[in-house]
Design a protein. Structure first.
Length: 461
């Protein structure tokens, strides 16, 4: 049973009321630290304090799984001596990320009370920009002398490995601190005890530079399917490792940022529930203003065709149909290509192939919608729902052909705009669905009225 189960939380609350500390410790002992953090999230005040004390030596591990805002809240409520003890027990990478989001005064208090060795490790991590490998690495790894035998290496791991981040992979580091190779623990266990560890390594050694951007870190983990990757400096000195759990956090942050940008806004700096009203307005308002200005061109386009609209008022009935179809097709294409570029499914060099593919898709989709538009006008005229006049067939034809043109154009714009932005060094996610739709609105009106003018000239126009 996990804390997700309401019965479990009810039982824990009942044990707190009974002050049955032994039973509470027994229940907590069987939980993963992440589950303990989730459980604690359902309690406040004295109940929370009781449970948190009963966690014992796993406090720091559970604390690292709390949401950032909950961590900040606890830091404000905790005595400095207890706080420094709690933070000093955290993994160096988790501790550095926490300190980086705290007010300077609070972070200075924490750093001042840490042991000198932990201060140094925290400052090294904090010296790297937030979106680089150096910020996410931990110095807790097992280093082996390349001259060791397998038996000596295993004995060394038993001696030093208890508090390391992971033992799945260990690293061969020479006397100058340079990374030579890595070896999995499984291969080490299965090797001849007298074999040199340098002879056990597998081909395909991979490492990351400390300045590697987090996007490249994600790519490396996806490509090489590793649970941990070593981090080195420009001279090849081993600095630390990045584990897959940290990369999952990075991936979640990246995906959240991209989704917010695709929605037509600046990415939030914090979680939605923790973002203040003014910051939310600022993040959303800038893009809404840009999109609003873009839509002003739509009004200008309609004003340009004011005389045509006055002579054939029936054309205005289909404006929402035309421009929304173009915007929707462009938004679909943009979403597909933004994700394809992010996953390296396509590259900048593939733009011509993508354009040909999306041109065919746009024509096919536009033809389908054009036929539906044509059938809709003629059917409504035939059954008498709406009387479009003596030229209903020509109106239906104009609607159908306009849909083919607008949908095709929208699809091409949505597909190629992410390529253009990436070529300019910008984030393709900026080519959001609302942005593409706004751009296509203006051109869609122009296409619609030009097609209508061509087909209806001499009749309605």
């Amino acid at each position: 049973m996990t804390p997700i189960d309401p019965d479990f939380k009810t039982r824990m609350a009942a044990l707190i009321d009974k002050r049955d500390w032994h039973a509470l410790r027994r229940e907590i002992a069987d939980l993963h630290s992440a589950d303990i953090a989730e459980l604690l999230g359902h309690f406040e005040g004295d109940e929370f304090n009781i449970l948190f004390r009963l966690v014992g030596k796993r406090k720091a591990d559970a604390f690292s799984y709390f949401p950032v805002e909950r961590q900040k809240e606890l830091i404000r409520e905790t005595e400095p001596a207890q706080l420094s003890q709690l933070v000093s027990q955290m993994q160096p990478d988790d501790r550095a990320r926490l300190i980086s989001v705290l007010p300077r005064e609070t972070s200075n208090i924490i750093l001042a009370r840490l042991p000198p060795s932990e201060i140094k490790r925290s400052l090294v991590s904090l010296s790297y920009p937030e979106d680089t490998a150096g910020r996410y690495m931990t110095p807790d790894f097992v280093a082996l002398d390349p001259e060791m035998t397998a038996a000596e290496a295993l004995a060394h791991i038993r001696q030093v490995g208890r508090k390391k981040e992971t033992l799945n992979v260990v690293y061969l580091v020479d006397k100058d601190g340079r990374l030579v190779e890595d070896v999995t623990l499984g291969n080490l266990v299965l090797a001849d005890p007298e074999a040199k560890v340098l002879d056990i390594v597998e081909p395909g050694f991979v490492d990351l530079r400390d300045t590697t951007p987090q996007e490249k870190v994600l790519e490396a983990f996806r490509k090489y399917d590793r649970v941990a990757l070593p981090v080195t400096d420009a001279s090849g000195h081993m600095l630390g490792i990045i584990t897959v759990d940290d990369v999952m956090d990075v991936a979640e942050d990246e995906m959240t940022e991209d989704m917010q940008k695709i929605g037509g806004m600046d990415a939030l700096d914090e979680a939605y529930s923790q973002t203040g009203l003014w910051q939310m307005v600022r993040k959303r308002g800038v893009w809404l203003a840009v999109l609003f200005i873009g839509e002003l061109f739509t009004a200008s386009a309609m004003a340009h065709y004011e005389q045509e609209l006055a002579r054939a008022l029936v054309l205005t009935l289909f404006i929402p149909l035309i421009i929304s179809s173009g915007g929707n097709s462009g938004s679909q294409a943009a979403s597909l290509l933004i994700r394809a570029l992010a996953l390296k499914d396509v590259a900048l060099a593939d733009w011509w192939r993508v354009m040909r593919r999306e041109l065919a898709s746009g024509l096919a989709l536009g033809t389908v919608l054009g036929i539906l538009g044509f059938v809709r006008v003629t059917l409504w005229q035939w059954v008498g729902v709406v009387d479009y006049g003596a030229h209903s067939f020509l109106i239906a034809t104009a609607i159908g052909l306009s849909l083919v043109g607008v949908v095709t154009f929208g699809t091409l714009v949505g597909a190629l705009l992410p390529f253009l932005l990436k070529r300019l060094g910008l984030d393709p996610a900026t080519s959001s669905a609302p942005f593409v739709a706004t751009l296509v609105d203006v051109t869609g009106l122009v296409i619609y009225f030009q097609v209508a003018a061509l087909i209806l000239r001499g009749t309605l126009l």
